[in-house]
Write a protein that binds this ligand. Sequence first.
Ligand code: CO8
Length: 260
Amino acid sequence: MNYENLKIKKDNGIGWIVINRPDKLNALNIKTVEELKDAFTVFQTDADVKVVILTGSGEKAFVAGADIKELAGFDEQSGRDYVIKGQEVTQIIENFKKPVIAAVNGYALGGGTELALACHFRFASDNAMMGQPEVKLGLIPGFGGTQRLARLVGKGIAMELILTGRTINAEEAHRIGLVNKVVTQDELLAACEALANKIMVNGPAALAFSIEAINKGLDKTLDDGLLFEAELFGKVCATEDSKEGTLAFLEKRKANFTGK
Ligand code: CO8
């Protein structure tokens, strides 16, 4: 896989996707959005990849937003088309069947916060700055920020952050639940790797069904969500991994999951 704006690596079950435009603080231009779609699509079916870690190149930025140079030229049709392309990538990430961890290593603004919001976990370095500053550009979030931020941190805080365009530091992002954990920049990738290793020993189908149940359940009533959980529980019981996992417990040994 050769990309212009991404660096890709596979290492011990982890698929690394590094957005690599450090001179532009890893801003998402159309090419990068297209490459992200391709990289996630490839990793989805790559059996060597159990967990994905998404981060930005350099020590300054995760992603400083959509590429403002490109945004400046959009009209109603091209703006809508661009946002739909970006939203498609965030949907692929959110519904990814393997856990996706965002290693937020600096500025994550606008589309950067939105990209991180689509991931299943966000670990941030203590120099991270996050926010939705689009209104300052006369724009609104377009890669899912108006929808996912409110779902994650609540409507009141999302309204405040989006309408002021205020940028928040890692400590505040942690306090409001926008990030799961804050560590020093030096510790960030190792902390994400440790999380990935803790997750990847579990049954792959169980992970995929858990992601689906949480994602889809949040948009349902409690009754419908519980029914959906029961359906997925039935499906996971039909996998070989569920037999192996329960048997391994009873035989007091480590489970050997095959993903079947
Ligand atoms: N787009 C394009 N280039 C960028 C971006 C960006 N978002 N952010 C930084 N850069 C570039 C700068 O232009 C500069 O390039 P050059 O050296 O060629 O002039 C280089 O990166 C370094 O940036 P700075 O010199 O500005 O670095 P500072 O350390 O002084 O400042 C900041 C860092 C505070 C992060 C500053 O760069 C900044 O404010 N960036 C813009 C942040 C922003 O507003 N992001 C939101 C963009 S809008 C968005 O994401 C909408 C998503 C949905 C889109 C729907 C659209 C239709």
